[in-house]
Write a protein that binds this ligand. Structure first.
Ligand code: UD1
Ligand code: CA
Length: 465
């Protein structure tokens, strides 16, 4: 007898009802794919020995998506049903004596707490098989749990195979099971595809266990939202909305103000500190952390791996994979593309794009600039319209620009990388800088201004003679 649990996630199906070229479980919910969400949840469970993911349709893509997680993948080809899917793991589970938790890769709302409680209930009951159930007023599409007069589970009947009396049953199969493997494994070679869908149904293992006289148990799910399987685009949207509103409610309880929660989308992995305000039209995907008293939005897209300290403002902007220090302001209309390190008290303003760059304390890039592959020192001022020309379109090479502490760059300067502007140097407005600028010097590289007196007057006379 082994006390640890092995986990089997079924994710080989195409998901025809999604009407999408992507395998169903690779659709994203707030920055993570459906399968990643399920894998993440089961990996949080204690006392698990191995997690096996059954893949089939576009298996390489799914394997790639979950390659950084400690899971084993097993191929199911062709895909002949959920029972056939579990049977593919027979070799991996050969000789295992203990509990196998089976769940579907398309149920991203199941929580770790529910699964933990489900496993504990199963173990306490001493059953060979426990199935998770839920009661729905409109149970369409789910398998129905059929019980005898004494309330004992007899079998599960798929909607497509159900007679009217069975269809009227409101208790449905959530598609999550605990099997005592040594008792249930012998059912798989005995499953048959003699049903409407000509598939090997995992649900038939339940009827098989009952017939063998094995102890079976039903676990009724408390929050029935959790078992929602994503089968259609509508389900996908519902899953996003459920996870987001749960995340927003949790943040509101922790002291974050949402001006219009119904017009805000927040991933479960986003943390926002007390006293912060989120204005309408913001989307937070993936993992993000914001300190206290931040002002976020309106209309900002936070695309994941964003870390911001206290009192940060992000207004009408797009920010991905960046760190922002305390009291810094981003926007309106800024784009921090990726790998951007913004220190404290920095201002990144209107129509400024920043990529793979570091901006030190108290530096301003307030208007109409592109800063790419650059490092900006402290108290630097970047004039409106400054461009770091980091890309050589002929060679495809990218080069670095360094602007050292307290340097001042005049408006509309172009800094052709690789180039360094040293401490306290100035670059004149409109200059194209191709050589390093020494400390405290002025670099000016533009046509000299000429004055041609009375030019307009004379010109007009030649036109209107
Ligand atoms: C299944 C259950 C149904 C239950 C519902 C709960 C069966 C026969 N039916 O129906 O009783 O109410 O889940 O959500 O089990 N898969 C494979 N290989 C296959 C077929 C499916 O890995 O050959 C995977 C799919 O990728 C999916 C999961 O199994 O993640 C469930 O398959 P799906 O076709 O969605 O089953 P349902 O019709 O929802
Ligand atoms: Ca399903």
């Amino acid at each position: 007898m082994n006390n640890s649990v092995k986990i089997l996630i079924l994710a080989a199906g195409k998901g025809t009802r999604m009407k999408s070229p992507l395998p169903k479980v690779l659709h994203k919910i707030l920055g993570k794919t459906i399968i990643e969400r399920v894998v993440n949840t089961v990996l949080k469970l204690g006392n698990t020995a191995e997690t096996i993911v059954i893949t089939g349709y576009k298996s390489e893509e799914i394997q790639k998506n979950i390659q950084n997680y400690p899971v084993t993948t097993v191929l199911q080809k062709p895909q002949l049903g959920t029972g056939h899917a579990v049977a593919q793991a027979m070799d991996n589970l050969a000789g295992f004596e203990g509990t196998v938790l089976v769940l579907c890769g398309d149920t991203p709302l199941l929580t770790e707490n529910t699964l933990q409680e489900f496993i504990e209930t199963h173990k306490k009951s001493g059953s060979s098989l426990t199935v998770m159930s839920a009661v729905f007023d409109e149970p369409a599409n789910y398998g129905r749990i059929i019980r005898d007069k004494l309330g004992n589970i007899r079998e599960i009947v798929e909607e497509k195979d159900a007679n009217p009396e069975q269809k009227a049953v409101k208790e449905v199969n959530a598609g999550v099971y605990c099997f005592e493997w040594q008792h249930i494994a012998p059912s798989f070679p005995e499953l048959s595809p003699g049903n409407t869908q000509k598939e090997y149904y995992l649900t038939d293992a339940v009827g098989w266990a009952v017939k063998k006289g094995l102890k079976t148990h039903g676990y009724a799910l408390k929050n029935t939202d959790e078992i929602m399987g994503v089968n259609t685009q509508k389900h996908l949207a519902d899953a996003v909305s459920t996870l987001s509103s749960t995340a927003i409610n949790r943040l509101m309880e922790r002291g974050v103000s949402f001006i219009s929660p119904e017009n805000t989308v927040v991933s479960p992995e986003t943390i926002i500190g007390q006293g912060s305000t989120v204005y309408p039209g913001c989307v937070f995907e993936g993992e993000n952390y914001f300190g206290e008293n931040c002002t976020l939005g309106p209309h900002s897209f936070i695309g994941g791996n964003v870390k911001a300290e206290d009192n940060v403002k992000i207004i009408q902007s797009r920010v991905l994979n960046s760190n922002i220090g305390a009291n810094s302001t981003i926007g309106p209309f800024s784009h921090l593309r990726e790998g951007v390190e913004i220190a404290s008290n920095v201002r990144i303003g209107n129509f400024v794009e920043v990529k793979k760059s570091r901006v030190s304390d108290c530096t301003n890039v307030s208007h109409l600039s592109y800063i790419g592959d650059a490092s900006l020192g402290r108290e630097v001022n970047i004039g409106a319209g400054t461009i770091t020309a980091n890309y050589n379109a002929l060679t495809g090479e990218k080069s670095l620009t360094a602007i050292k502490d307290r340097a001042k760059i005049g408006s509309n300067a172009v800094l052709i990388a690789p180039v360094t502007v040293n401490e306290e140097a100035s670059v004149a407005a409109g200059s194209v800088i191709t050589k390093d600028v020494p400390e405290s010097s002025l670099a000016i590289a533009r046509g000299k201004q000429q004055i041609i007196e009375k030019w307009v007057e004379k010109k007009l006379k030649t036109i209107y003679k």
